[in-house]
Design a protein around this ligand. Structure first.
Ligand SMILES: *[C@@H]1O[C@H](CO)[C@@H](O)[C@H](O)[C@H]1NC(C)=O
Ligand SMILES: *[C@@H]1O[C@H](CO)[C@@H](O)[C@H](O)[C@H]1NC(C)=O
Length: 204
């Protein structure tokens, strides 16, 4: 009995610690709770088509000066991302928007993270990993714990204006891809052929 008690005494703090770790940082940030204090501009004109791995764009952001009382003292970083427009999210669960930012899959492609300043900009070549889709740009302001505390985006709240398109690598080089596939199929056949020939030679 005494042994059991001492075991409990030793294990209990550990369990509490585990529970604390579990509950601690997971306070969910809801997108709908964030103030829109940042003005974000992306250089592509509405409907412009950019080619992944080739085209450049500029993104600028600035705090909206006409908003008094933004808690700027908590602002530590600005994280800028490519975000899927609603048209490119339809029927695609893996791009789904969720108000809980831990589960949100709207903005999967980071453009840059920089220390917070009242204004900033970045020149960005559309990365080769960006797929064919319609996008806008969103900036999150992060606090010292990397939690989102404010945002801004290059489109309106309904995500219908200033959208642009990206043509991804895979969409573009499909003929090259087919050629490569044929070539590798051919090499497998060739390998099998020579294998059989060698075996026959060996038998003789
Ligand atoms: C980005 O900004 C630089 C410097 O202002 C400019 O030279 C360049 O043309 C811009 N690029 C685009 C795609 O707007
Ligand atoms: C800046 O904030 C003001 C006050 O809320 C708002 O009316 C205005 O539209 C904002 N400016 C931009 C460019 O979002």
């Amino acid at each position: 009995m005494a042994a059991l008690l001492s075991c409990q005494v030793r294990v209990l703090p550990l369990l509490l610690l585990l529970l604390l770790c579990y509950l601690g940082p997971s306070a969910a940030v809801l997108f709908s709770s964030l103030p829109k204090t940042i003005i974000v501009t992306a250089s592509p004109s509405p409907g412009q088509v950019l080619y992944a791995g080739v085209d450049q764009m500029n993104v600028t952001w600035a705090i909206n000066q006409s908003l008094p009382g933004a808690t700027v003292s908590a602002y530590k970083k600005v994280k800028v991302s490519f975000c899927y427009a609603p048209a490119s999210q339809a029927d695609r669960g893996w791009r789904k928007t969720d108000d809980n930012l831990k589960k949100d899959k709207t903005c999967q492609f980071k453009i840059t993270t920089q220390p917070y300043a009242t204004a900033g900009s970045v020149a960005y070549t559309v990365e080769r990993s960006i797929p064919t889709a319609t996008f806008f740009v969103r900036a999150y302001v992060l606090d010292s714990e990397d939690a989102e505390v404010a945002y801004g985006q290059s489109t309106n709240a309904q995500k219908t204006t200033n959208l642009f398109d990206v043509v991804g690598i895979t969409g573009r080089h499909s003929s090259l891809g087919i050629a490569a596939a044929c070539f590798s199929a051919f090499s497998v056949v060739a390998l099998a052929f020579f294998f059989v020939v060698e075996k026959r030679k060996a038998k003789k």
